[in-house]
Design a protein around this ligand. Sequence first.
Ligand code: SF4
Length: 370
Amino acid sequence: MFSDELKKISWSDTTSAIMSKTEADVLRALRKERLDVDDFMALVSPAAEPYLETMARLSQKYTMERFGKTMSMFIPLYITNSCTNSCVYCGFHVANKMKRTILTEAEIVNEYKAIKKLGPFENILLVTGENPAKAGVEYIARAVELAKPYFSNVKIEVMPLKAEEYKYIADCGMNGVICFQETYNRQNYNIYHPRGQKANFEWRVNGFDRMGQAGVHTIGMGVLIGLEDWRTDVTMMAHHLRYLQKHYWKTKYSVNFPRMRPSENGGFQPNVLMSDRELAQLTFAYRIFDHDVDISYSTREPAEIRDHMACLGVTTMSAESKTEPGGYFSYPQTLEQFHVSDSRTAVEVEAALKKNGREPVWKDWDNILN
Ligand code: SF4
């Protein structure tokens, strides 16, 4: 399990190692075709900042080689905001007095139909809060089954499950799972996740092993930028990615690193701010580190950043996202989990991508490559 591996990697030593990387380390990493985590650390270090243009060109080259000009489009659907956790940065945390919604089957189908009117989406991400007693495995599996007539690719972002539960939902038509570790800083993790199942760091971080054991086709990983030192956190995710690729080599992987937006939770302010240049550096570093990994940007990022990075390394994007349950049809005015930055319609995002020479595709990579 990855938690055992993580115990061998010191957070503070990793931070020190990143900050002591030199120009020579960066140049060595840029010359290599196959990079290890040590090279990745050089590319996210301050020493790499003068090499942003070089990194951008390399990232663009590798992206073109592996993905061409295509951009895979997806849309998230929150099917419930019921949650028993208390993540301090989230508007859905359990202590927040707000109306909780668990969409009925009929409401879920109405959302699917409404989404299909926004654009020819074939990739959908079903998102829940974490309330296994009220919106558990059966509920999620049913939502997946209901989605299949409308979408060829159905992913879920839900509470970490047992391996057999992932397998069960996959048998119902689920194609992939996304889970945010949020931060790999074990020591500080419970400051942000004080109660509920999410407070169990090991259960969460080992969830990715359970996905691999269940044979989940696509695993999406993510850290939330704004909690802990971002360079160290993304390096831990790079370790985790390499570990998973070694153990579950048939699985495809994606990485996400959204920057924290203000929630309606009394205003938890990010501890760490990442500049646009640093976001670009990180994106290039991941592409150079792993030529095949899918890099996903959500609508948390502003339109101009998404348009720019679409040409330089990003391979999957959401569009016209609503972050409240039933936001596309049933309950368009309820409290959202976080504010989106890019509020353009799917049609507008598609037009901008095409203007920049990209080819938005609405199906999954498998469909494209087949
Ligand atoms: S981040 Fe997820 S688990 Fe945490 S409070 Fe929000 S909805 Fe619940």
